[in-house]
Design a binder for this molecule. Structure first.
Ligand SMILES: *[C@@H]1O[C@H](CO)[C@@H](O)[C@H](O)[C@H]1NC(C)=O
Ligand SMILES: *[C@@H]1O[C@H](CO)[C@@H](O)[C@H](O)[C@H]1NC(C)=O
Ligand SMILES: *[C@@H]1O[C@H](CO)[C@@H](O)[C@H](O)[C@H]1NC(C)=O
Ligand SMILES: *[C@@H]1O[C@H](CO)[C@@H](O)[C@H](O)[C@H]1NC(C)=O
Ligand SMILES: *[C@@H]1O[C@H](CO)[C@@H](O)[C@H](O)[C@H]1NC(C)=O
Ligand SMILES: *[C@@H]1O[C@H](CO)[C@@H](O)[C@H](O)[C@H]1NC(C)=O
Length: 262
């Protein structure tokens, strides 16, 4: 019966504590490099960026957590309470768009994020030479990475590529610029250039498309079938002959046995 009277009291105390705790943290604010809102940080490859997270309007020690995307950043013991800095050294093109988040350990809904905005000229890559047989389909894939985004174009032998509605198709994603040609003709042979123009630079990459004449097609299936038949025949032949060979051996053995017995 004791618990009945202390029950409501306990809940009341718990509620009060919870209220106090939530008030203590709800008014806490995080800043990164002095900003209270999520923001982009403009940087260049090869440089480094320092991110300083600080808690404000707090009433006690507040532990801070840093995340790079979904992964916790290991912080040194002296770099956790009330204020915490991370340094992103030797920034590369791959760091563009990477998200850094600082959180309150005591209430992880309180957080602030910084997204790196790494500016760099277009970087192009792809298979420089492709060989295709006449009448087959081919796809030239020009991988592109650029910030700001680049305007993409295909050229053929240094002229703007004139697209044929039925045979040429262009497909663009955030990472690549692709040219598909169906039923390749001899006249498609040539050098195709993928060109990326950003406000920083115009970059170009050559793709050599070599169209081979349709060779004499050797029908491969009948050849395999014929080989199998020949092989099986040989096997059967050997089997039957083996029996005979064994018979001969036994006969010889018998002869030799009789010889030694003499
Ligand atoms: C933090 O405290 C300052 C003054 O100390 C006050 O102006 C501000 O409104 C507080 N911020 C929050 C979110 O409570
Ligand atoms: C963190 O901030 C609280 C409140 O301002 C303060 O009492 C405490 O000493 C600070 N702790 C450190 C390690 O600076
Ligand atoms: C950064 O990541 C945090 C946590 O995953 C997310 O809440 C926030 O929206 C992200 N910000 C951007 C700009 O992607
Ligand atoms: C990234 O930086 C470039 C160059 O400084 C700027 O033009 C662009 O607006 C920035 N992008 C964002 C999302 O802040
Ligand atoms: C380049 O072409 C070769 C042969 O066609 C292929 O095996 C390889 O995966 C291609 N590489 C890329 C990056 O597309
Ligand atoms: C086909 O294109 C390649 C690559 O541009 C070039 O080297 C070659 O001379 C061309 N061949 C013919 C027959 O036009």
């Amino acid at each position: 019966m004791v618990w009945k009277s202390s029950g409501p009291l306990k809940t009341c105390r718990l509620l009060l504590v919870a209220l106090f705790l939530s008030q203590g943290t709800a008014s806490s604010v995080l800043t990164v490099n002095g900003k209270t809102e999520d923001h982009f940080l403009d940087t260049l490859p090869g440089t480094q960026a320092s991110l300083e997270c600080a808690v404000q309007n707090h009433t006690r020690d507040e532990e801070l957590l840093w995340y790079r995307e979904k992964g916790r950043v290991d912080l040194k013991p002296g770099n956790k309470i009330n204020i915490s800095s991370v340094c992103v050294s030797s920034i590369s093109e791959e760091d563009n768009g990477v998200n850094f988040t600082c959180r309150l350990q005591s209430d992880q809904t309180v957080s602030i994020s910084v997204v790196l905005n790494v500016t760099f000229p277009p970087i192009l890559s792809g298979n420089s030479t492709q060989t295709v047989e006449e009448n087959n389909d081919v796809r030239l894939v020009c991988n592109v990475n650029s910030n700001p985004q680049a305007q993409m174009m295909w050229y053929k032998n240094n002229n703007v590529l004139v697209l044929e509605k039925d045979r040429h198709q262009i497909h663009q994603t955030s990472e690549s610029f692709q040219l598909s040609i169906t039923k390749v003709k001899k006249s498609d042979n040539g050098t195709y250039s993928c060109t990326a123009s950003s406000s920083l630079k115009v970059e170009s990459l050559d793709f050599h498309l070599v169209v081979k004449e349709r060779g004499l097609r050797v029908p491969i299936e009948p050849i395999i079938a014929a080989c199998v038949v020949v092989f099986l025949t040989l096997c059967f032949g050997l089997l039957t002959r083996r029996k005979r060979i064994m018979k001969l051996c036994i006969k010889e053995k018998d002869l030799r046995n009789s010889e030694t017995a003499l």
